[in-house]
Design a protein around this ligand. Structure first.
Ligand SMILES: CC(C)(COP(=O)(O)OP(=O)(O)OC[C@H]1O[C@@H](n2cnc3c(N)ncnc32)[C@H](O)[C@@H]1OP(=O)(O)O)[C@@H](O)C(=O)NCCC(=O)NCCS
Length: 440
């Protein structure tokens, strides 16, 4: 193995260890579409859940039961209708719906037992009739009134995985059918979950199926890797006429994020390892919905220096960035900012001030796994804002291969002669970097 590969692998392993540390004791709610139970990857997903549990995460499971309920009602010749995404049935369907919901929960519990994990199916949800709204009688559909948070926390602290069937009970013990997607959301909110996973059968937010506004960053496969709440609002509005199941998930995701869940992930259950990749690496394949800017920009600390060098290394090796040593970074550490995401340094940049009241943005580097997510533009705009606050007249950059990207951010070509004297003295004709400038 080359030294370069072995360093890369070592860094990946360090990343996983950091993630495990970061998410130890975090609460993760997982909705599982019941169609996945018969899929070839089901046992891998269950084994991943077992690993997450063993890594110290508090895992709760909310199984969807739509397919199983369809089956039992069809077998019993009971019809139903859908109104606003809710199944409306006669009273005779209720025992069968309950049976189907517990049946699915049981299958998941049994699979977890195969991994030595004890799961508990419980009646932790208090519900009430949804009633009649705008002339529509919702029959046996229930609204979630309350989740027994203390009881669930006790189950979790005893080392068990709670499983929530999509049934709620009224104060008088009457069962109601509740939406498992909503239940997953409410459970995540009530328990202050760090993550809510929707492990869907095959959902992918792709540019082929949805209207996507131009500025939204996409992966090379044209999938949406992340949406903040403002972007999500635009996305929902642009696609509201479409009859796609993902829109209901997104509406719930929005609610969950607004009400305190840190991140919601829409995952494609036909991807092996979809959940652990999302938690323990930067290789997530789904769409993440988040409230605040994920990660965050902060000043570089001494401890960050080896990881910042790790982010820059591939670009230095390709001659895109100038080589820098640990000693140099330490000497100039006040100039550097880093972009931290889930406990790892994913990008860096520096802002250098000159007595001529102009600033230079340098050493912009984004870990390639995190490119196309808008991290680079966020760092540049942060440094431009900082320069404005410092009342600098302009910001310039020197680049050999990234001029188009800076032009897109508003920088215009300038000449080497216009550089401050001390910077022009260091300009290398062999390297031949071009100058771009943004007036403030
Ligand atoms: C350039 C860089 C900072 C972009 O970071 P990012 O967070 O991925 O930025 P974005 O989210 O805007 O996505 C990158 C976009 O810029 C484009 N891009 C990347 N490198 C580019 C380059 N050298 N020239 C022109 N466009 C480039 C990508 O194709 C992508 O476009 P798309 O979203 O339309 O597909 C990052 O690729 C990087 O670290 N490059 C190496 C170091 C470097 O060049 N630094 C600048 C010199 S100081």
């Amino acid at each position: 193995m080359s030294t370069e590969n072995s360093s890369d692998n070592a860094e990946k392993i360090r990343d996983v260890i950091r993630y495990i540390k970061r998410f130890k004791n975090a609460t993760v709610v997982i909705y599982i579409d019941d169609r996945l139970i018969d899929s070839p990857l089901f046992s891998s997903h269950i084994s991943d859940i077992a690993l997450m549990h063993e890594a110290g995460l508090n895992v709760l499971i909310v199984p969807g039961a739509k397919m199983r309920i369809d089956e039992v009602l069809q077998t019993a010749n009971i019809s139903w209708t859908y109104k606003n995404g809710l199944r409306i049935t006669s009273d005779e369907a209720v025992p069968l719906i309950k049976m189907a919901a517990f049946d699915v929960s049981n299958k998941i519990m049994t699979s977890l037992s195969g991994h030595g994990i004890t799961a508990l199916i419980g009646n932790w949800v208090r519900s009430r009739s949804k009633g009649v709204i705008e002339g529509i009688d919702y029959g046996n559909c229930g609204e979630i009134e309350k989740i027994s948070v203390d009881a669930v926390k006790t189950v979790l602290s005893d080392g068990f995985i709670p499983i929530f069937p999509c049934i709620g009970w009224s104060v008088n013990g009457k069962p109601y059918n509740i939406s498992s997607v909503k239940l997953a959301c409410e459970a995540a909110i009530a328990l202050g979950a760090e993550k809510l996973f929707f492990l869907t059968y095959d959902s992918v937010l792709n540019a082929e199926n949805f209207e996507i506004h131009n500025e939204l960053p996409l992966t090379p496969e044209n999938n949406i890797p992340a949406l903040n709440l403002e972007e999500l609002d635009l996305f929902i509005k642009a696609n509201e006429k479409k009859d796609l199941p993902e829109l209901a998930l997104l509406a719930c995701a929005k609610d969950a994020c607004r009400r305190g869940v840190s991140r919601v992930h829409i995952l494609n259950g036909s991807v092996d390892g979809a959940m652990p990749c999302e938690i323990f690496s930067g290789l997530g394949s789904g769409t993440m919905i988040y409230k605040n800017d994920y990660g965050g920009i902060r000043s570089m600390q001494i401890d960050d220096i080896p990881r910042v060098l790790g982010v820059m290394r591939p670009f230095i090796e390709r001659g895109i960035l100038l080589p820098r040593t640990e000693v140099e970074l330490n000497e100039h550490r006040d100039e550097f900012i880093v972009y931290e995401l889930d406990g790892g340094i994913r990008a860096c940049a520096a802002l250098i001030r000159y007595p001529s009241n102009e600033n230079e943005i340098a050493a912009v580097a984004v870990d390639e796994t995190y490119s196309h997510m808008g991290i680079g533009p966020k760092m540049v705009s942060y440094l431009v804002d900082k320069s404005r606050a410092q009342k600098a007249d302009s910001v310039f950059i020197l680049t050999t291969q990234t001029s188009d990207w800076f032009e897109k951010l508003g920088f215009a070509p300038d000449s080497v002669e216009m550089l401050p004297d001390e910077r022009r003295a260091k300009w290398s004709p062999e390297r031949g970097s071009k100058v771009y400038r943004l007036m403030l």
